[in-house]
Ligand binder design. Structure first.
Ligand code: IPM
Ligand code: MG
Length: 368
Protein backbone atom coordinates (compact mmCIF):
# COMPACT_ATOMS: atom_id res chain seq x y z
CA UNK A 1 0.00 0.00 0.00
CA UNK A 2 1.37 3.44 -0.89
CA UNK A 3 1.39 5.74 2.11
CA UNK A 4 1.05 9.48 1.59
CA UNK A 5 2.67 12.12 3.79
CA UNK A 6 1.77 12.05 7.47
CA UNK A 7 -1.01 14.47 8.23
CA UNK A 8 -1.15 15.81 11.73
CA UNK A 9 -4.43 15.56 13.56
CA UNK A 10 -4.67 17.00 17.05
CA UNK A 11 -7.49 15.77 19.27
CA UNK A 12 -8.57 18.08 22.06
CA UNK A 13 -11.32 16.11 23.84
CA UNK A 14 -11.96 18.87 26.41
CA UNK A 15 -14.67 18.53 29.03
CA UNK A 16 -17.97 16.82 29.77
CA UNK A 17 -18.91 14.36 27.03
CA UNK A 18 -15.99 15.64 24.91
CA UNK A 19 -13.62 12.79 25.85
CA UNK A 20 -16.25 10.09 25.22
CA UNK A 21 -17.20 11.30 21.76
CA UNK A 22 -13.61 12.07 20.76
CA UNK A 23 -12.61 8.53 21.67
CA UNK A 24 -14.95 7.26 18.95
CA UNK A 25 -13.38 9.60 16.40
CA UNK A 26 -9.95 8.34 17.33
CA UNK A 27 -11.16 4.80 16.55
CA UNK A 28 -12.38 5.99 13.16
CA UNK A 29 -9.10 7.75 12.34
CA UNK A 30 -7.25 4.59 13.34
CA UNK A 31 -9.51 2.62 11.02
CA UNK A 32 -8.56 4.95 8.16
CA UNK A 33 -4.87 4.51 8.99
CA UNK A 34 -5.20 0.75 8.93
CA UNK A 35 -7.49 0.29 5.96
CA UNK A 36 -6.76 3.17 3.61
CA UNK A 37 -3.58 4.52 2.14
CA UNK A 38 -3.67 7.27 4.70
CA UNK A 39 -1.37 7.92 7.57
CA UNK A 40 -2.77 10.33 10.09
CA UNK A 41 -0.46 11.18 12.94
CA UNK A 42 -2.75 11.47 15.93
CA UNK A 43 -1.86 13.52 18.95
CA UNK A 44 -4.10 14.29 21.89
CA UNK A 45 -3.97 16.90 24.64
CA UNK A 46 -5.90 18.89 27.19
CA UNK A 47 -8.04 21.96 26.62
CA UNK A 48 -10.72 23.79 28.56
CA UNK A 49 -11.57 22.91 32.15
CA UNK A 50 -9.49 19.74 31.96
CA UNK A 51 -6.43 21.84 31.19
CA UNK A 52 -7.31 24.37 33.88
CA UNK A 53 -7.54 21.60 36.48
CA UNK A 54 -4.09 20.31 35.62
CA UNK A 55 -2.20 23.43 34.55
CA UNK A 56 -4.22 26.38 35.88
CA UNK A 57 -4.90 27.65 32.37
CA UNK A 58 -7.55 26.63 29.79
CA UNK A 59 -4.87 26.04 27.19
CA UNK A 60 -1.09 25.84 27.68
CA UNK A 61 1.34 27.40 25.21
CA UNK A 62 2.56 23.92 24.37
CA UNK A 63 -0.90 22.76 23.32
CA UNK A 64 -1.53 25.98 21.49
CA UNK A 65 1.65 25.48 19.41
CA UNK A 66 0.68 21.90 18.72
CA UNK A 67 -2.62 23.20 17.34
CA UNK A 68 -0.74 25.73 15.25
CA UNK A 69 1.33 22.94 13.69
CA UNK A 70 -1.53 20.52 13.05
CA UNK A 71 -3.38 20.37 9.79
CA UNK A 72 -6.56 19.43 11.58
CA UNK A 73 -7.69 20.10 15.14
CA UNK A 74 -10.69 18.20 16.43
CA UNK A 75 -12.22 19.61 19.57
CA UNK A 76 -14.77 17.73 21.66
CA UNK A 77 -16.38 20.34 23.89
CA UNK A 78 -15.32 22.72 26.64
CA UNK A 79 -16.96 24.09 29.76
CA UNK A 80 -19.17 23.00 32.63
CA UNK A 81 -20.67 24.34 35.86
CA UNK A 82 -17.54 23.39 37.77
CA UNK A 83 -15.66 26.28 36.17
CA UNK A 84 -18.50 28.81 35.97
CA UNK A 85 -17.11 31.12 38.63
CA UNK A 86 -13.59 31.46 37.27
CA UNK A 87 -12.46 34.84 36.06
CA UNK A 88 -12.89 35.38 32.32
CA UNK A 89 -9.31 34.67 31.28
CA UNK A 90 -9.38 31.28 32.98
CA UNK A 91 -12.76 30.04 31.79
CA UNK A 92 -12.68 26.85 29.66
CA UNK A 93 -14.31 28.73 26.76
CA UNK A 94 -11.20 30.91 26.51
CA UNK A 95 -9.33 27.93 25.03
CA UNK A 96 -11.81 27.76 22.21
CA UNK A 97 -11.85 31.51 21.63
CA UNK A 98 -8.05 31.70 21.66
CA UNK A 99 -7.76 28.89 19.11
CA UNK A 100 -10.34 30.52 16.86
CA UNK A 101 -8.71 33.94 17.08
CA UNK A 102 -5.04 32.98 16.93
CA UNK A 103 -5.45 30.34 14.23
CA UNK A 104 -7.46 33.00 12.36
CA UNK A 105 -10.39 30.66 11.81
CA UNK A 106 -12.71 33.34 10.52
CA UNK A 107 -15.29 31.18 8.74
CA UNK A 108 -17.42 28.82 10.77
CA UNK A 109 -19.50 26.41 8.72
CA UNK A 110 -22.50 25.04 10.57
CA UNK A 111 -24.72 22.78 8.53
CA UNK A 112 -28.28 22.16 9.69
CA UNK A 113 -29.40 19.03 7.92
CA UNK A 114 -32.53 17.12 8.79
CA UNK A 115 -31.69 13.43 8.50
CA UNK A 116 -34.61 11.60 6.93
CA UNK A 117 -34.45 8.94 9.64
CA UNK A 118 -35.01 11.61 12.29
CA UNK A 119 -37.74 13.84 10.86
CA UNK A 120 -40.00 12.93 13.76
CA UNK A 121 -37.43 14.01 16.33
CA UNK A 122 -37.85 17.67 15.38
CA UNK A 123 -40.26 19.81 17.38
CA UNK A 124 -41.51 21.21 14.07
CA UNK A 125 -43.95 19.49 11.75
CA UNK A 126 -42.29 16.93 9.45
CA UNK A 127 -43.34 18.78 6.29
CA UNK A 128 -41.59 21.93 7.51
CA UNK A 129 -38.25 20.21 8.14
CA UNK A 130 -38.01 17.11 5.96
CA UNK A 131 -35.25 17.54 3.42
CA UNK A 132 -33.90 20.59 5.24
CA UNK A 133 -30.32 21.42 4.27
CA UNK A 134 -29.04 24.81 5.42
CA UNK A 135 -25.45 25.95 5.75
CA UNK A 136 -24.82 28.73 8.21
CA UNK A 137 -21.57 30.58 7.68
CA UNK A 138 -20.79 32.39 10.90
CA UNK A 139 -18.01 34.97 11.10
CA UNK A 140 -15.84 33.69 13.93
CA UNK A 141 -12.98 36.01 14.79
CA UNK A 142 -14.56 39.46 14.92
CA UNK A 143 -17.58 41.36 16.15
CA UNK A 144 -18.59 41.69 19.73
CA UNK A 145 -16.79 38.53 20.83
CA UNK A 146 -13.41 40.18 20.42
CA UNK A 147 -14.03 43.95 20.06
CA UNK A 148 -12.19 46.46 22.25
CA UNK A 149 -12.75 48.19 24.59
CA UNK A 150 -14.32 45.54 26.77
CA UNK A 151 -14.58 44.94 30.48
CA UNK A 152 -16.48 45.82 33.61
CA UNK A 153 -15.57 49.11 35.26
CA UNK A 154 -16.84 51.01 38.27
CA UNK A 155 -18.71 54.21 37.59
CA UNK A 156 -20.18 56.65 40.10
CA UNK A 157 -22.62 55.95 42.92
CA UNK A 158 -21.38 52.39 43.35
CA UNK A 159 -22.62 51.41 39.91
CA UNK A 160 -20.64 49.39 37.42
CA UNK A 161 -20.65 49.38 33.66
CA UNK A 162 -20.19 46.33 31.43
CA UNK A 163 -18.68 47.16 28.05
CA UNK A 164 -18.32 45.19 24.84
CA UNK A 165 -17.64 46.56 21.41
CA UNK A 166 -19.05 45.40 18.10
CA UNK A 167 -16.88 46.24 15.11
CA UNK A 168 -16.36 44.93 11.59
CA UNK A 169 -14.03 46.06 8.84
CA UNK A 170 -14.53 45.72 5.10
CA UNK A 171 -11.95 42.94 4.78
CA UNK A 172 -13.40 40.96 7.68
CA UNK A 173 -16.81 41.05 6.03
CA UNK A 174 -15.60 40.37 2.52
CA UNK A 175 -13.50 37.29 3.33
CA UNK A 176 -16.32 35.51 5.14
CA UNK A 177 -18.88 36.54 2.52
CA UNK A 178 -16.64 35.02 -0.15
CA UNK A 179 -16.71 31.70 1.67
CA UNK A 180 -20.51 31.89 1.72
CA UNK A 181 -20.83 32.72 -1.98
CA UNK A 182 -18.36 30.00 -2.97
CA UNK A 183 -20.26 27.43 -0.93
CA UNK A 184 -23.60 28.54 -2.38
CA UNK A 185 -22.27 27.93 -5.89
CA UNK A 186 -21.83 24.25 -5.02
CA UNK A 187 -25.29 24.10 -3.44
CA UNK A 188 -28.59 25.81 -4.31
CA UNK A 189 -26.82 29.05 -5.31
CA UNK A 190 -28.56 31.27 -2.78
CA UNK A 191 -27.10 33.42 0.00
CA UNK A 192 -29.04 35.20 2.74
CA UNK A 193 -26.97 37.77 4.59
CA UNK A 194 -28.21 38.67 8.08
CA UNK A 195 -27.45 41.72 10.19
CA UNK A 196 -29.24 44.50 12.06
CA UNK A 197 -28.62 47.32 9.61
CA UNK A 198 -31.72 49.06 10.97
CA UNK A 199 -30.02 49.74 14.32
CA UNK A 200 -26.27 49.12 13.99
CA UNK A 201 -23.71 50.91 11.82
CA UNK A 202 -21.60 47.76 11.72
CA UNK A 203 -24.70 46.02 10.39
CA UNK A 204 -25.18 48.66 7.73
CA UNK A 205 -21.56 48.24 6.65
CA UNK A 206 -22.02 44.46 6.61
CA UNK A 207 -24.98 44.75 4.27
CA UNK A 208 -23.25 47.23 1.94
CA UNK A 209 -20.03 45.22 1.70
CA UNK A 210 -21.80 41.93 1.04
CA UNK A 211 -23.87 43.59 -1.68
CA UNK A 212 -20.78 45.23 -3.22
CA UNK A 213 -18.91 41.91 -3.29
CA UNK A 214 -21.92 40.26 -4.87
CA UNK A 215 -22.19 42.89 -7.60
CA UNK A 216 -18.48 42.68 -8.28
CA UNK A 217 -17.77 38.94 -8.20
CA UNK A 218 -20.88 36.86 -7.58
CA UNK A 219 -23.66 38.28 -9.76
CA UNK A 220 -24.69 34.74 -10.67
CA UNK A 221 -25.53 33.86 -7.04
CA UNK A 222 -28.91 34.92 -5.65
CA UNK A 223 -28.41 37.29 -2.70
CA UNK A 224 -30.99 38.40 -0.14
CA UNK A 225 -30.52 40.57 2.93
CA UNK A 226 -32.52 39.85 6.04
CA UNK A 227 -32.60 41.43 9.48
CA UNK A 228 -31.29 38.91 11.98
CA UNK A 229 -34.44 38.93 14.10
CA UNK A 230 -36.55 38.28 11.04
CA UNK A 231 -34.20 35.44 10.12
CA UNK A 232 -34.79 33.88 13.55
CA UNK A 233 -38.51 34.00 12.84
CA UNK A 234 -38.21 32.75 9.25
CA UNK A 235 -36.13 29.80 10.40
CA UNK A 236 -39.15 28.57 12.32
CA UNK A 237 -41.78 29.62 9.80
CA UNK A 238 -40.23 28.31 6.61
CA UNK A 239 -36.67 27.08 7.06
CA UNK A 240 -36.46 25.52 3.63
CA UNK A 241 -36.36 28.98 2.03
CA UNK A 242 -32.67 29.15 3.07
CA UNK A 243 -29.62 27.71 1.39
CA UNK A 244 -26.54 29.51 2.78
CA UNK A 245 -26.90 32.06 5.57
CA UNK A 246 -23.95 34.36 6.23
CA UNK A 247 -23.88 36.41 9.39
CA UNK A 248 -21.68 37.87 12.11
CA UNK A 249 -20.23 36.16 15.15
CA UNK A 250 -23.01 36.81 17.67
CA UNK A 251 -26.01 36.42 15.37
CA UNK A 252 -24.34 33.33 13.94
CA UNK A 253 -23.98 31.88 17.42
CA UNK A 254 -27.69 32.23 18.08
CA UNK A 255 -29.08 31.46 14.64
CA UNK A 256 -27.00 28.30 14.36
CA UNK A 257 -28.30 26.99 17.67
CA UNK A 258 -31.80 27.69 16.51
CA UNK A 259 -31.26 26.10 13.09
CA UNK A 260 -29.70 23.04 14.64
CA UNK A 261 -32.79 22.33 16.69
CA UNK A 262 -34.94 22.31 13.54
CA UNK A 263 -33.22 19.05 12.75
CA UNK A 264 -34.26 17.59 16.08
CA UNK A 265 -30.81 16.24 16.69
CA UNK A 266 -28.11 18.48 18.12
CA UNK A 267 -26.07 15.33 18.57
CA UNK A 268 -25.71 14.88 14.82
CA UNK A 269 -24.46 18.23 13.68
CA UNK A 270 -20.79 18.90 12.97
CA UNK A 271 -19.01 22.17 12.29
CA UNK A 272 -15.87 23.38 10.60
CA UNK A 273 -13.90 26.51 11.42
CA UNK A 274 -11.70 27.45 8.52
CA UNK A 275 -8.87 29.95 8.21
CA UNK A 276 -7.27 31.57 5.23
CA UNK A 277 -4.97 29.53 3.01
CA UNK A 278 -1.25 30.29 3.26
CA UNK A 279 0.88 30.62 0.15
CA UNK A 280 1.43 26.86 -0.01
CA UNK A 281 -2.30 26.44 -0.22
CA UNK A 282 -2.51 25.01 3.29
CA UNK A 283 -5.32 26.05 5.54
CA UNK A 284 -5.63 25.88 9.31
CA UNK A 285 -8.87 24.38 10.51
CA UNK A 286 -10.66 23.18 13.58
CA UNK A 287 -13.61 20.82 13.63
CA UNK A 288 -16.09 20.43 16.46
CA UNK A 289 -19.54 19.07 17.13
CA UNK A 290 -22.14 21.80 17.56
CA UNK A 291 -23.35 20.39 20.86
CA UNK A 292 -21.66 21.47 24.07
CA UNK A 293 -20.07 19.58 26.94
CA UNK A 294 -23.43 18.30 28.30
CA UNK A 295 -22.08 17.80 31.84
CA UNK A 296 -25.38 16.25 32.96
CA UNK A 297 -24.78 13.13 30.88
CA UNK A 298 -20.97 13.09 30.96
CA UNK A 299 -19.31 9.83 31.89
CA UNK A 300 -22.46 7.77 31.42
CA UNK A 301 -21.53 6.35 28.04
CA UNK A 302 -24.76 7.57 26.45
CA UNK A 303 -23.56 10.62 24.49
CA UNK A 304 -24.05 10.66 20.75
CA UNK A 305 -20.68 10.53 18.97
CA UNK A 306 -22.14 11.19 15.50
CA UNK A 307 -21.65 14.99 15.49
CA UNK A 308 -17.97 14.56 16.27
CA UNK A 309 -17.60 11.75 13.75
CA UNK A 310 -19.25 13.90 11.09
CA UNK A 311 -16.90 16.72 12.11
CA UNK A 312 -14.06 14.43 11.09
CA UNK A 313 -15.90 13.81 7.81
CA UNK A 314 -15.87 17.59 7.31
CA UNK A 315 -12.13 17.55 8.01
CA UNK A 316 -11.65 14.87 5.36
CA UNK A 317 -13.51 17.08 2.92
CA UNK A 318 -12.38 20.62 3.70
CA UNK A 319 -8.83 20.14 5.02
CA UNK A 320 -7.63 16.94 3.47
CA UNK A 321 -9.38 16.97 0.08
CA UNK A 322 -10.56 13.42 0.66
CA UNK A 323 -14.13 13.94 -0.52
CA UNK A 324 -14.65 10.26 -1.30
CA UNK A 325 -13.59 9.19 2.17
CA UNK A 326 -15.78 11.90 3.68
CA UNK A 327 -18.73 10.57 1.71
CA UNK A 328 -17.93 7.02 2.77
CA UNK A 329 -17.98 8.05 6.40
CA UNK A 330 -21.24 9.97 5.99
CA UNK A 331 -22.80 6.96 4.29
CA UNK A 332 -21.69 4.71 7.12
CA UNK A 333 -23.49 7.01 9.57
CA UNK A 334 -26.65 7.00 7.44
CA UNK A 335 -26.56 3.27 7.18
CA UNK A 336 -26.35 2.81 10.95
CA UNK A 337 -29.33 5.13 11.35
CA UNK A 338 -31.17 3.13 8.69
CA UNK A 339 -30.54 0.04 10.79
CA UNK A 340 -32.45 1.72 13.60
CA UNK A 341 -29.56 2.19 16.00
CA UNK A 342 -29.97 5.26 18.19
CA UNK A 343 -28.22 6.84 21.13
CA UNK A 344 -30.53 8.03 23.91
CA UNK A 345 -30.81 11.64 22.65
CA UNK A 346 -32.41 10.55 19.36
CA UNK A 347 -34.21 7.43 20.53
CA UNK A 348 -37.75 6.98 19.24
CA UNK A 349 -40.22 4.11 19.52
CA UNK A 350 -39.19 0.88 17.85
CA UNK A 351 -35.52 1.87 17.55
CA UNK A 352 -32.65 0.16 19.31
CA UNK A 353 -30.80 2.09 21.99
CA UNK A 354 -27.01 1.88 21.85
CA UNK A 355 -24.19 3.38 23.90
CA UNK A 356 -21.57 5.85 22.68
CA UNK A 357 -19.06 3.07 22.04
CA UNK A 358 -21.59 0.79 20.37
CA UNK A 359 -22.54 3.60 18.01
CA UNK A 360 -18.88 4.19 17.13
CA UNK A 361 -18.32 0.47 16.54
CA UNK A 362 -21.46 0.18 14.41
CA UNK A 363 -20.27 3.04 12.19
CA UNK A 364 -16.84 1.48 11.82
CA UNK A 365 -18.42 -1.84 10.85
CA UNK A 366 -20.06 -0.06 7.91
CA UNK A 367 -16.89 1.53 6.58
CA UNK A 368 -15.51 0.12 3.39
C1 IPM B 1 -20.43 27.99 20.08
C2 IPM B 1 -20.40 28.18 21.57
C3 IPM B 1 -19.27 29.12 21.92
C4 IPM B 1 -19.59 30.47 21.32
C5 IPM B 1 -18.98 29.23 23.42
C6 IPM B 1 -18.73 27.89 24.07
C7 IPM B 1 -17.85 30.18 23.71
O1 IPM B 1 -21.62 28.62 22.01
O2 IPM B 1 -19.42 27.52 19.53
O3 IPM B 1 -21.44 28.29 19.47
O4 IPM B 1 -20.30 31.28 21.90
O5 IPM B 1 -19.10 30.72 20.21
MG1 MG C 1 -23.13 28.72 20.52
Amino acid sequence: MIKVKKRKVLLLPGDGIGPEVTKEVRKIIEWFNKNKSLDFEIDEDLAGGASYDKHGTPITDEVFYKALESEVVILGAVGGPKWDNLEFSKKPERALLKLRKELKLFANLRPAICFKQLVDASSLKPEIVSGLDIMIVRELTGGIYFGEPRGIKPIDKGERKGINTHTYTTSEIVRVAKVAFDLAKKRANKVTSCEKSNVMEAGQLWKEEVQALHDKEYKDVELNHMLADNCAMQLLRNPKQFDVIVTDNLFGDMLSDQASMLTGSLGLLPSASLGAKNKNGEMRAMYEPIHGAAPDIAGKGIANPIATILSFAMALKYSLDLDKDAEGLEKAVQSVLDDGLRTKDILTKGMKEVSTTEMGDAIISKLK
